[in-house]
Design a protein around this ligand. Structure first.
Ligand code: NAD
Length: 507
């Protein structure tokens, strides 16, 4: 095994399995047929949750509840101030429940507890920012159209929104969508991933406690089929916002096209960081290490390929390897752990397959490259891995590995670095490391990515829009642009005098 920093199982009392039910029209419900599903912790092998398994009946009921709640205006017609008050209260309740939520999030997803605490606590800020937007929604007025005419462009909630989320950041991604949809005045049907249903269901309790009217948020637990697909096809849904894989995103887009509902997609990425010799290389090496191991690389923003200038490639990779050995891998429940478990054994095998294929194609593993056993916890972990000699045609350079596996490519000129950056079907994020502002700006302008980081990686703020180009998605999330996705634009043209010339001219 590779020499690395390993945190063995820590003696911790594990909680009893959480019991989750659907929230439909303000009532907690089991499935009509009594079906349930379990989530077993990827790190600890215990049952973390037992959830009602939704079918078409529960999904249709949730959509009807959201439709009724939207159409009768119990939420959509409230003043922004009243909506903001509820969202602010939810934020306070989230903060008061960080420990409870973080523990379950950690056990279901395998992410380290310190990271889960940061994500749950940090999500409160997204709710507060959305609350501010609820009070500042406005359109345009046009008073230069003629003396007797006033044009007013207003923004209205789009209607019923389906929200489908993945397992890698369950509570954070939900909070990138739900408070913004609610701030806009929409009503929602939410489906978390079948692998991480609990914190979404637990949020339902907080929404009720905060005074959200019944039926405004409905939660259906279950699988892509039939729950997610009915949420994408149903004619009473006005918009679907989805975060997950590009393959499922395309499927949803096709399903939604029959009713022409609006579709917003946050999908995969194969995100490059370009490193020039004049960069602060110590800072860059640390950020590259963070970028590849954060959430065990199971991250849409994973910095899974670096494009390093030939002159510094060997020294830079050596430093990244050195830092990689210092990153604490192991028991997610230990607060010192920085990197936890892989979501399923099948996914672990898939990650390993990418590494084996790269080696067979001539690449060289300089660190790791295998499934990892953590003493006391088993094998659902992967070693920190660095692969050099990667060429642009290899699957490991083009596809989303979604594991702690860094691919190293090299370049000589800025043009070459930009060509390699853009040689991908994805376009989520990209980074540049250089002390030369001209280099950074040229790269930022030419990189095909929804976010470009210069001399940093994965810095995000509720104010700054996030989303992908190309096959990384469509639409934007968070910030004012993300909020606008949940708003429809209506133009009101008012003739305020008696100056309209008659069209009918009697002969
Ligand atoms: P996934 O596509 O397998 O599942 C996502 C969700 O879609 C789950 O809730 C699942 O039940 C549901 N689903 C599955 N089939 C469906 C169908 N036919 N119709 C409707 N819903 C269906 O993705 P995942 O494995 O949970 O998440 C990992 C993926 O998410 C990666 O590709 C990652 O890059 C992407 N991701 C993107 C972002 C972003 O913001 N761009 C953020 C996080 C994750």
């Amino acid at each position: 095994m590779t020499q690395m920093t390993l945190i063995a199982a820590t003696a911790t009392a594990l909680p009893e399995p959480v019991k989750n039910r659907h929230l439909i029209g303000g009532r907690w419900q089991d499935s009509g047929d009594g079906a349930t599903f379990e989530r077993v912790s990827p790190s600890h092998g215990v049952v973390v949750s037992r959830s009602a398994k939704g079918g078409e009946t529960e999904t249709a009921a949730a959509i009807t509840a959201a439709r009724t709640a939207f159409d009768d205006g119990r939420w959509s017609r409230l003043p922004g101030k009243a909506r903001a008050a509820v969202l602010m209260k939810v934020a306070d309740l989230i903060e008061a429940n960080v420990e409870r939520f973080a523990l379950i999030e950690t056990l279901e997803s395998g992410k380290p507890i310190s990271q889960a605490r940061g994500e749950v606590g940090g999500a409160a800020d997204l709710w507060r920012y959305a609350a501010a937007l609820a009070r500042t929604t406005h359109g345009d007025s046009h008073n230069t159209l003629g003396e007797d005419i006033l044009g007013v462009v207003v923004k209205e909630p789009i209607g019923v929104v389906s929200i489908i989320t993945p397992w890698n950041f369950p509570f954070w991604i939900l909070s990138q969508k739900l408070p913004f949809a609610l701030a806009a005045g929409c009503t929602c049907v939410v489906k978390p991933s079948e692998m991480t249903p609990s914190t979404t269901a637990m949020l339902g309790e907080l929404l009720i406690e905060a005074g959200l009217p019944d039926g405004v948020v409905n939660i259906v637990l279950g699988y892509g089929n039939p729950v997610g697909s009915l949420m994408s096809s149903h004619p009473d849904v006005d918009m679907i916002t989805f975060t997950g894989s590009t393959a499922v995103g395309k499927l949803i887009s096709r399903t939604a096209s029959d009713t022409l509902k609006k579709v917003a997609l946050e999908l995969g990425g194969k995100n490059p960081q370009v490193i020039f010799p004049d960069a602060d290389l110590e800072n860059a090496a640390d950020a590259v290490t963070f970028g590849i191991y954060f959430n065990v690389g199971q991250c849409c923003n994973s910095g899974s390929r670096i494009i390093v200038h030939e002159d510094i490639a060997d020294a830079f990779v050596a430093r990244v390897v050195e830092l990689s050995r210092q990153v604490a891998f192991g028991d997610p429940l230990n607060p010192a752990t920085q990197v936890g478990a892989i979501v399923t054994p099948e996914h672990n095998a898939k990650i390993d397959g990418y590494v084996r294929a790269a080696v067979a194609a001539g690449a060289e593993v300089v660190l790791g490259g295998g499934i990892l056993e953590v003493p006391g916890l088993g094998h659902q972990f992967y070693q920190p891995t660095v692969v050099k000699g990667v060429t642009p045609d290899m699957a490991i350079a083009r596809e989303e590995v979604f594991g702690p596996v860094l691919s190293v490519l090299t370049f000589r000129t800025l043009d070459e670095a930009i060509a390699l950056t853009n040689d991908a079907s994805y376009g989520l994020s990209a980074g540049i490391w250089s002390e030369n502002v001209h280099t950074c700006l040229a790269f930022a302008r030419r990189a095909q990515a929804g976010t470009v980081w210069t001399n940093t990686w994965m810095d995000g703020f509720p104010e700054v829009a996030f989303g992908g180009m190309k096959q990384s998605g469509q639409g934007r999330e968070i910030g004012r642009y993300g909020f606008d996705e949940f708003l429809e634009v209506k133009s009101v043209v008012m003739r305020v005098g008696r100056t309209r010339a008659p069209w009918v001219k009697p002969l």
